[in-house]
Design a protein. Structure first.
Length: 510
């Protein structure tokens, strides 16, 4: 048996098609399910087919066994673990502390995700944290990889910590229905790659043309990191759950669900594996670097069957493209359809014209340019005035006035570290359930929020408003640093002029 390359090596080696498998730990290690997982790990370690085994972290927003427990067992068995690492349950200090622990244990492969909104918890719903978003977390880990320089003012600060060899990936969804929902996903991917993502895994979906679109986009935009396609092994039971819309960001149509049922009647429990094998063949054929298998039961014999079938299908993968076209008929595709292959031509589709910018947006931009553009118009006078007010008896009154006005206009939450100017004058603190600063999570459905399905996703609205100004591509440039909680409740205007807000992280204020 040839030696199995590590996950990292497999991604770096030309000609190797990377295969990873996702394990979902339950709550207790004393249940039969856990013993099945351990059995799976033992069987997989005797074989050479898997390059990595990923472990979810509180998947679906529910508590579960912490992923490093299985990570240790997987590593001890000689397999390469990939730990999911989300922002939903930990603030930035706990995140850093957990990263030190991961480094100590040699658990360096991480899949960075925003995370599903916490739902069920002990005696009630858990508090959502989301102190950092995925872009921030990738940046923090990149800093740790280089050797983390602790600032002078930090306890034990002024030193550089030894580098930690993390290897981290991120997720993107090409399966969004509308332009204003899809492009912010792609734009955020630019920020993730710039933040140091080493690999990318897609969201789950069943539209080959969408998978192909992402591949084309990444090539065209020189997002030069390996891309793995998620392949969901979906039986009829799981199809019914997904159809109900309870899995954030994942959808299937009634027709696709009916097909799953029919195939299961015909081929029995192997139907889901055969369908997944076809999708693996299609992804490999179109040029994906590998696949991430999820949803399959932890039975290694099933994985062998699946991969052997995929091998069988590979020589005629084009035949299966037509079986994966499950998107609503009005879905936006970035590229023109190739009628021959059923995939895309490398030519972009026309995008709809932007709507007219609302007057309030234009007026806010006008005021912002007058007062908040460094060096321009009234900026110097406003800065002088701010330094006089700061620390004086006027400051509390000034702060009150600012926030009364901003509460009325923007539903302001007094964060003190204002990002209205970057986000088309929509407040992420009050209007994004996860308070995300650098783009959407993957959970939206048809442009609506994962957490509050009656509300449109903040980033869909930000995109539309920026597009109306001809500035939507701002969402792929730079990044917005995390909120500084020191500033909560203090005047964001004073903080801006006195260099205390997030603009201080940039050499020249944005
Ligand atoms: S970003 Fe902060 S300061 Fe600005 S409107 Fe929202 S809560 Fe208020």
């Amino acid at each position: 048996m040839p030696p199995r390359p590590s996950f990292r090596e497999s991604l770096a080696t030309k000609g190797v098609f990377t295969i990873t498998y996702e394990l979902v730990p339950g709550r207790s290690t004393r249940l039969r399910e856990f013993r099945k997982i351990i059995r799976f790990v033992e069987d997989a370690s005797q074989d050479h087919r898997l390059h990595g085994v990923s472990i979810t972290e509180n998947a679906g927003g529910h508590p579960a066994l912490s992923p490093e427990i299985l990570g240790r067992e997987i590593k001890a068995a000689g397999l390469d673990p990939i730990l999911h690492f989300s922002c939903k349950d930990k603030n930035r200090n706990q995140i850093e502390s957990t990263l030190f622990a991961r480094d100590r244990e040699g658990l360096h492969n991480l899949l960075i995700i925003t995370g599903d909104y916490p739902r069920y918890g002990f005696m009630g719903k858990a508090k959502p944290v989301f102190d950092l978003d995925a872009v921030h977390l990738l940046r923090l880990i990149s800093a740790m990889e280089k050797g983390f320089e602790l600032p002078e003012e930090a306890p034990g600060g002024g030193v550089k910590l030894p580098p930690m060899p993390f290897f981290k990936g991120c997720v993107v969804s090409p399966f969004k229905r509308y332009e204003a929902e899809l492009l912010p996903q792609y734009y955020k991917l630019h920020r993730k790659v710039a933040a140091g993502a080493h690999f990318v895994i897609t969201q789950v979906g069943f539209d080959a043309r969408k998978f192909h679109e992402l591949l084309l986009y990444m090539k065209e935009e020189s997002l030069d990191v390996p891309l793995l396609g998620s392949v969901l092994v979906m039986d009829y039971r799981l199809a019914k759950i997904i159809f109900r819309g309870v899995v954030p960001g994942v959808r299937i149509s009634r027709a696709f669900m009916a097909r799953v049922e029919k195939e299961e009647e015909k081929w029995g429990p192997k139907a889901a594996l055969i369908r997944a094998a076809k999708l693996i063949a299609v992804l490999k054929g179109m040029g994906y670097k590998g696949v991430h298998i999820c949803g399959a039961k932890p039975v290694y014999q099933d994985i062998i069957f699946l991969l052997e079938k995929a091998q069988e299908f590979f020589s005629h993968w084009q035949e299966f493209v037509g079986e994966f076209q499950d998107s609503p008929p009005d879905t936006f595709y970035l590229y023109r359809k190739d009628p021959e292959s059923g995939l895309n031509l490398p030519e972009r589709n026309e995008r709809a014209n932007a709507a007219r910018a609302p007057f309030s947006l234009l007026f806010n931009c006008f005021l912002h340019d007058l007062f908040f553009e460094p060096g321009k118009a009234f900026y110097p006078q406003a800065k002088k005035l701010a330094s006089k007010i700061s620390g004086s008896r006027l400051e509390p009154l000034f702060t009150k006035l600012e926030y009364s006005l901003k509460k009325f206009l923007f539903d302001c939450e007094r964060c003190g570290d204002c990002t209205l100017g970057e986000l088309a004058f929509l407040c992420p603190q009050s209007q994004c359930a996860k308070g995300l600063l650098n783009g959407p999570c993957g959970g939206s459905q048809d442009g609506y929020c994962e957490v509050y399905p009656e509300k449109r996703c903040l980033y869909v609205r930000v995109y539309e408003r920026l597009k109306a100004l001809g500035k939507e591509e701002k969402l792929k440039e730079g990044f917005i640093p995390p909120r500084d909680w020191n500033l909560a409740g203090t005047s964001s205007w004073l903080n801006f002029y006195l260099g205390r807000d997030h603009h201080r992280h940039f050499s020249s204020p944005k």
